[in-house]
Design a protein around this ligand. Sequence first.
Ligand code: HEM
Length: 549
Amino acid sequence: MNFLYTILSNVKPTDIFQITFLTICFYILHFYYKHYTRANPLPGPFPIPLIGTFEIFRVHIDIDAWFYKLTEKYGQSGVFELNLIGNRQVVITRAEYVNKFMTPASDNDSYKHLMRTANNGLLDVFDLDCKGVGLNHNYNFWKFNRQIFTQAIKNACYAEETCKSINKLYEEMTNYWIDLKKPNEDSVVIDAATWMRRFTNDFISVVTTSERTFAIRNYYKVLNNEKITQEIMDSEDFVESISTFFEDNQMIFIPKLLQKFPLINGRVRSMKNTMDYIYNRLVKRIRQRRKEVEKIVNSSNYEPSQLKNDLLTSMVVANTPYEISPQKNVDPSLLRPMTDDEIRGIMFDAFAAGTDTTSNTFCFVLYYITHHPEVKKKLMDELRTVFKDDFSRPVTMDDLNKLRYCEAIIKETSRIRPTVSMVSRFGDQVDEIAGYKWPADILFIMYVRGINNNPRYWKDPEKFNPDRFYDPKEIEKQQKFAFTMFGGGVRMCLGRNLAMIEMKILLASLYRKFDVELVDMKAPLHVTTSTVTICQHLDVRMIPKTELC
Ligand code: HEM
């Protein structure tokens, strides 16, 4: 102890300066030694110690645009690299290299590349590392959640009830638009981005809980200058907090070491508050539903049909004697009921993954159709064929199969301007990808927009041409993974069918009822990107139709 005291009392301020200086020099040397001796050096921006690629701090509102430029500069060989806050990331820009980590080659490979991120960020701080599916980092928990979510959402996708809910919400929303139209005007201008976010929020709420958030109605009240009540504030806060999650979710991936740094600290806290607010709302609903279910199943005249047909009820009764369609061929260790927090994890995923994705994709669809009159003409031809001259009847499940051109428009929009433009997989084992042998612990990013717009796979990729997904000969020519709107492999999007049903109904209904025009045809799309590309606003003029033309 005395010895230590003697050393410390002899330390001068200049010594502290020298030690700090030497430590920094050592760190920098070590960083560049590791950089220059790394396995498989690839082209990419030069990294700076601690920060990695400095540009990330300048492009924080449009990461996707930055990736697009990087792909043009470094991605010619199909793979380049980035260093983001000390983590090496390998970006794949060719479809043929994607196959390997999307499709496990054998049973032995099935654990490889299953995680979406490295677990060195703040997943646990936000309680996402072992909950839900989207960011779950525990294989067993993910598998358990995924199979219950899959089963629960399957019921929703085949239910005529789901179709009816979408039609009903659509009808209500468009009636509000008409109500907002001034009597002396023939059209109404709406911000499609804001309305669509409320639409998808209300809809996902119905699918998950059979109850609405009334986000559509409450937004109408805001625009109609009605008195702001607690209910209006609640639904507006809920919609906005889901969007905030998307806009700021890079915070989840900040290394633990940096979370207390000034500037970062405040953003982490604000994100945590947002998440806590969403979680509390969801848990309240779960507890309420559990009580309702218990009351029903314990009553003397219990019938399974008395239970609600939604995701929440499916999860509450999953693996209990009251489960309506018990799962077959499931690993027995997964056959246990879910806790409230586990259900909350899945509900959070449904709202987070199922609202802004669909609403933004739909805004891009409107933008591209308005810029392509020939596409609109073909769309109207399809609508006339399917609905004859009825421009108000609801869309049925049966119609959906016939709306092939509608689907092609949605896919072509997502090819050219994908809402999820990066899909990642964490390589937790040694593997060979893109012709290189990789050590464990590498994050691979499939740059979807780069591949979707690569002339190797698409003739005139910049041309908006839905026939690519309509003409069977064109479809046949497509290279596997050259178009991945919903990702692929075992972690493919769970809501893909639901999203398609929702968007097809919206498209087929909207264009029968309105002429849709952009207020400013010259304006580009106003987007920001984090993990999802968000349409900031899209001012659209809706002109009610009097006939189906
Ligand atoms: C246009 C709408 C949508 C798009 C473009 C989209 C896209 C995606 C993409 C690209 C992924 C990553 C897949 C991968 O890593 O391979 C994903 C995952 C996921 N999506 Fe979607 N999605 C949409 C709508 C929905 C909806 C409506 C829901 C649910 C109600 C949903 C739930 C999920 C979930 C739970 C995952 C994570 C699956 C897992 O990690 O196992 N998505 N989505």
